[in-house]
Design a protein around this ligand. Structure first.
Ligand SMILES: NC(=O)c1ccc[n+]([C@@H]2O[C@H](COP(=O)([O-])OP(=O)(O)OC[C@H]3O[C@@H](n4cnc5c(N)ncnc54)[C@H](OP(=O)(O)O)[C@@H]3O)[C@@H](O)[C@H]2O)c1
Length: 274
């Protein structure tokens, strides 16, 4: 599995998103994904499925050390003591001694970032996480977070797909040596209805969703598409056996538009995206 490297972390380029997957269905999808070759699983305290993610991993018989597991702390737990307790709770639910990547899920302007980052660094130093990072941080917050953190922040996870131009934020992350992980990478399934992606896909014997994911990984952006359907797991992983031409990459980049954002960040009270 190709990976993106950042500050000592090696993040597999294709992973499985698990938001909204629950109970036995979640455990089954995770197990099957790992059997099929996925080596990167994305979960979060807020998804209420860490227990099942852990179960799926153990049922797959893939060694724990071969899988890159990410979880995230919800902003209401950003006060230092709360953060450390939330991280511990996640590990208990996952039945793991550490995660590979522990992220701040969304910015929380109510708690000083320096305090939250201090606790996140402590979680890493205490062996709860091999690496730490952030999610949904804009360019201003990336600057602030990297200057405050005493441990390397290896990635920023945010919404990214061809319908949304995130080039400024990608550049800001790369300038700080951070990897980019794209969430909602097939635009919550909308990619499959796009005529340009479908046409390019036909040229390569691929689906529109595969072209969408390929576009991102070809930019060295890790993707974590979610599916509840076992039959789609293979489709979303088969993106490393073809290459988009420069002209195709430009045409796909041209699909970005002003209203391309899907995920509503406003509830978080965090500063507007750039
Ligand atoms: N950090 C954050 O704040 C944040 C926010 C959002 C998401 N995430 C993470 O990113 C992951 C992915 O994002 P997402 O779940 O928002 O959206 P997504 O992965 O872009 O899209 C998921 C949707 O696409 C459908 N789908 C999956 N594969 C498909 C295919 N090959 N062809 C057509 N449709 C397909 C799925 O339906 P079926 O189930 O029917 O296949 C599902 O409805 C999440 O699960 C979560 O782990 C993080």
């Amino acid at each position: 599995m190709p990976a993106v490297e950042a500050k000592g972390a090696r993040i597999p380029l294709a992973g499985l998103g698990t938001w909204d997957l629950r109970g036995r269905a979640c455990a089954r999808v995770v197990e099957q994904a790992l059997r099929l070759g996925y080596r990167h699983i994305d979960t979060a305290e807020m998804y209420d499925n860490e227990r099942e993610v852990g179960e799926g991993l153990r049922a797959s018989a893939v060694p724990r050390n071969d899988v890159f597991v990410t979880t995230k702390i919800w902003p209401s737990h950003f006060a230092p003591r709360e953060l450390l307790r939330a991280a511990k709770d996640s590990l208990v639910k996952l039945r793991m001694s550490e995660v590979d990547l522990l992220l701040l899920h969304w910015p929380n302007p109510q708690v000083p970032l320096s305090e939250t980052l201090g606790a996140l660094c402590q979680a890493k130093e205490g062996g709860m996480a091999r690496h730490i990072g952030v999610s949904n941080f804009n360019t201003v917050l990336i600057e602030e977070a990297t200057s405050l953190s005493t441990e390397p922040l290896v990635c920023n996870q945010f919404e990214m797909h061809p319908f949304l131009d995130q080039s400024k934020l990608v550049a800001a992350c790369r300038a700080k040596g951070m990897a980019v992980v794209a969430y909602s990478p097939i635009a919550r399934g909308n990619a499959k209805n796009d005529a340009v992606l479908a046409r390019i896909g036909r040229e390569h014997g691929k689906t529109a969703a595969q072209v969408c994911l390929r576009f991102l990984v070809q930019h060295d952006v890790a993707v974590i598409p979610r599916t509840s359907k076992i039959e789609r797991l293979g489709e979303n992983l088969s993106i490393f056996d073809f290459t988009l031409t420069d002209a195709e990459m430009s045409e796909i980049a041209g699909l970005a538009h002003r209203d391309g954002r899907i995920v509503d960040w406003s509830f978080s009270g965090s500063p507007k995206w750039d």
